[in-house]
Design a protein around this ligand. Structure first.
Ligand code: NI
Length: 183
């Protein structure tokens, strides 16, 4: 089932999310729905707050990034904690399904170490770098209540103010189902 994607200005995108247990109701269905919602919107990652839930979960499928080493990288990250970020900061043009139509360069460190459990609650500790780290850092931010526009300079944010306000009001051009902030 395709779920509506929450949009910039929705308070749910600003919540620090909480861990879940294997007893979380209908978890398998939620994971399937999140992948379906992400594919439908042509995204490479989707976090729970983007479907209105304040739980520590996000899904990633890097296949559309069209790079050999990213083929078949499809994962569910539950209760994730980034325990280390290192390396030089590099700029990458980020976008977000909750902030449609806006893409900006964001600087982040190149390598992360992350601990999480998968959909079977098996624990993992993995190191990622480059674009894969980037996607995970972006999604991880969502479960910490952060958005990529938070990294932009004050001047840049000021310039985007009108467009961000349009998104909040549902005036952005999107071709997937959205949920506007309650007013
Ligand atoms: Ni996003």
């Amino acid at each position: 089932m395709i779920l509506p994607i929450t949009q910039y200005g929705d308070p749910v995108l600003r919540k620090v999310c909480t861990p879940i247990t294997p007893e979380y109701p209908e978890l398998k269905k939620l994971i399937d729905d999140m992948f379906e919602t992400m594919y439908n919107a042509s995204g490479v990652g989707l976090a729970a707050p983007q479907v209105g839930l304040t739980i520590r979960m996000f899904v990633v499928d890097a296949e559309p990034m069209d790079e050999e080493n990213l083929k078949g990288f499809k994962k569910v990250f539950i209760n994730a904690q980034i325990i280390e970020e290192k390396g030089n900061k590099w700029a990458y043009n980020e976008g977000c399904l909750s902030i449609p139509g806006i893409r900006e360069d964001v600087n982040r460190k190149e390598e992360i170490t992350i601990e999480y459990v998968d959909e079977n609650f098996e624990p993992h500790k993995e190191v990622y770098n480059g674009k894969l780290a980037r996607v995970i850092q972006h999604e991880y931010d969502h479960i910490e209540g952060k958005l990529f526009v938070d990294y932009l300079s004050g001047l840049k944010r000021e310039m985007l103010k009108g467009r961000l306000s349009d998104i909040t009001k549902g005036r952005a051009d999107v071709d997937y189902k959205i949920r506007l902030p309650r007013r």
